[in-house]
Design a protein. Sequence first.
Length: 95
Amino acid sequence: MICSHLSYLSESMKIGPQGCTMIIVKGKTYCTIVDAAEQLGVSSKTIRDYIHKGIIPEPPEIKYGVRILKHFPLEYMDLAKLHLENYRNTKNKRR
């Protein structure tokens, strides 16, 4: 599966294993919000909303030139899945 939302790829962004997009900084690979969205089964916008509302925690950041980028490591994704599951369970109990 190749991410069709990318009209071009800069030198720092590559298509990785299983078609996920990654950011490569100084030889180290970082997963993007697109990867996180696919793992959680929601859109990138939903991930941003969940973070803004405090449903899932803020992801770690890396400095890339003058930019500060959020990335989504496996440890973070495990924690985010747990938070999201707890949120959904709590929401379903109210119904």
